[in-house]
Design a protein around this ligand. Sequence first.
Ligand SMILES: [Zn+2]
Length: 319
Amino acid sequence: MSKPFASTADTAAKAETFEILDDGVYALTAEGDPNVGAIEGEDFLVCFEARATPAAARDWLAKLREHCQKPIKYLVLTHYHAVRVLGASAFGAEHIIVSEATRLLIKERGQQDWDSEFGRMPRLFKQPEEIPGLTWPTTTFESSHVIELGGNRGRIDLQFCGRGHTAGDIIAWHDKSKTMFAGDLVEAQAALYTGDAFHMDWSSTTLDRVKHFGAEKLVGGRGAVALGVEACDAAIEQTREFLNGMIFHVGGIHRSGGTLRQAFEATHAALGPKFGHWPIFEHCLPFNVQRLWDELDGIDWPRIWTMERDREVWAQLQD
Ligand SMILES: [Zn+2]
């Protein structure tokens, strides 16, 4: 029997967990659905990630508003993926901040990515008709950007750590509480999506830089919040292990002149026992293997996923 496409069979709502990680530091995780968070400034809020639609974002904001009424001044988006940015209009934020590379990716492939992600993960798109269009930043930066929080609340450092999950991911670092919002650069017990990734950079220097912060609280892209240095490092190293496993197995088949399908099967067999039960493993793996195969073929800039290409690759590998 063929497997249902991507996450189309995943229709059950996930249990959400709202956590106060420190004074004015909030996170909402949801059993492997995309995470969101917020940090209080003296007179305003900084929010991280926007969910897939305004309606989905409003559900998160309703929970946040039980704890903080300050206006949302900044919305930080770690990368361009539709399920993290298309709910932005619900925040009414004065500033929407992304890296310059992310702005270019929105311009280049934002619409195709929207269509692709809607097809892959329809459950996340609550009331999709309310999405006003692509999300455009008001502020961009190349490598780093600081948000001063005022009072004694410290500051937030936004940092590009190198190419990884996409060409433009950033992390948000709150030194005062040793909290990191890592976006999809780190997943805690959720499968990685690497369909737009730079596997070699991500698994080496990029994750090294992420780890160097010494986070004590880490909110990854999906999965539970990691609490304590040991758990944060473990989440980073699990992410690296997943990437290295892919590079080893896809790389081996590629070097020996095998086929994409053989590379998929070898990687599925090798990673399945440890990672196969994690959310979105089956959904992601065909797209991941295809992108890594492209990278090994010397295609540096990720090809754009369209609804058609999604289905072709799925049919070739998962059916
Ligand atoms: Zn992503």
